[in-house]
Design a protein around this ligand. Structure first.
Ligand code: FEO
Length: 391
């Protein structure tokens, strides 16, 4: 797919539609892009390379775009191999290229590549600039907007922000986006960058001082219009505020009985007027999608079977993910199932209590093996407490 930036700035990124799991953990049914950009001015500058999985196609695009010219600079925004993987090949192709990075970039670079930089590097700091002719690059550090060495670059003549992983999205360039940009961008954000909300907030504050006409991320589409919408969503996500009013019911059921209770709770909530209720099976659905929903909505109910003196493993795994992604500022209800000595409830509660500003509503509902008439009053009480906690 042809992607146009401007006369002087060429998109030379690639689609990866064959990857089974991005970062060996995320399903990407519509693939993913590795974005790379070439600026042609008196000097030429490459903004990041691509994963080695797309290296051949990218190399050809780079040569075509350079059209016989030499490459003067490589700017490294991020050293993770999905972007920096082809640096080794680039150095073979253009042995005189000058690498632009920050102190952390150059500390980490030898861990990935055996390169003797000699005088072929420029170490930049916050606010430093590099003139290419009519284009000027301004560098801003964005530590932990995924990795510690991340920096973003603002090109002031065309008002373009090269935003590294920020504003990235799963999906190839030509992926059909029936649910809009936010759906796969949100799943990407919370699973990959979610832990680092404070760092993203710091970057947004820097970006607020720039006049930005276009955002060029390292994954997904180039953002050219209505930038306030995307920046607004990033502000919501990175401040851990719920994006929508609604309830996620995430269940971990061994033989289907806990699932029945979870679905019954879902029905009750809908009957009580909750407009958005999402019921998810942690054993079978994409965990990354459920994590996305946990952050998206203001309330969550966990329903799980007891197991080995704790909680059924897919719920343990889910809670571990939420913990590591800094889940916070939400209201949560708990339902446990146990055929003898139920342990799921206290296990889930203890994990939730380790998180920041998570309110656990009463009652903690216990069912024994199957949902029965005698459980209905407790279920109603939990549903009412969750309704009352709505914003
Ligand atoms: Fe897309 Fe953190 O690399």
């Amino acid at each position: 797919m042809q992607v146009t930036i401007s006369d002087a700035i060429k998109y030379i990124g690639v689609d990866d539609r064959d990857i089974d799991l991005f970062e060996s953990q995320y399903v990407v049914p519509d693939g993913v892009t590795y974005n790379s950009y070439l600026i042609l001015d008196e000097k030429t500058a490459l903004m990041d390379t691509v994963d080695t999985r797309g290296m051949e196609e990218w190399e050809q695009k780079l040569k075509d775009a350079l059209n016989g010219r030499n490459l003067d600079f490589l700017v490294i925004s991020h050293l993770e191999p999905d972007h920096a993987g082809s640096i080794g090949r680039l150095l073979e192709l253009y042995p005189d290229v000058v690498i632009v990075g920050n102190a952390k970039t150059f500390n980490m670079l030898p861990q990935f590549f055996n390169v003797a930089l000699d005088d072929r590097s420029i170490e930049v700091r916050e606010g430093d600039t590099l003139s290419l002719g009519t284009h000027t690059l301004h560098f801003y550090m964005a530590p932990m907007v995924h990795w510690p060495e991340v920096m973003v670059t603002y090109e002031s003549s065309e008002k373009i922000l090269f935003s590294a992983d920020g504003f990235g999205k799963f999906g190839a360039m030509d992926a059909e986006d029936d649910e809009g940009w936010a759906c796969e961008a949100r799943r990407y954000y919370f699973n990959i960058v979610g832990r680092y909300g404070t760092s993203v907030q710091a970057l947004l504050k820097k970006a607020a001082g720039l006049d930005i006409a276009m955002i060029c991320p390292l994954h997904g589409p180039i953002l050219k219009e209505d930038l306030g919408y995307y920046i607004g969503l990033y502000d919501t996500w990175s401040s851990y505020k719920p994006e929508n009013s609604g309830v996620l019911i995430a269940y971990a059921s061994i033989h289907g009985n806990t699932a029945k209770a979870a679905k019954k709770l879902g029905e009750m909530l809908r009957e009580k007027g909750v407009e958005k209720v999402v019921v998810s099976d942690l054993a079978r659905e994409d965990m990354a999608e459920v994590i996305e929903d946990a952050f998206r909505y203001d309330r969550m109910i966990l329903a799980a079977a007891s197991y080995d003196g704790g909680v059924f493993p897919c719920m343990q795994d889910f809670l571990h993910h939420l913990q590591s992604k800094a889940y916070q500022k939400r209201t949560v209800g708990i339902l446990e199932n146990g055929s003898w000595g139920p342990t799921a409830g206290r296990t889930m509660k203890a994990i939730l209590e380790s998180m920041k500003n998570v309110s656990i509503v009463e009652p903690l509902v216990t069912i024994k093996s199957t949902l029965k008439e005698e459980n209905m009053a407790d279920l109603e009480a939990l549903a009412d407490a969750i309704v009352d906690a709505g914003v």
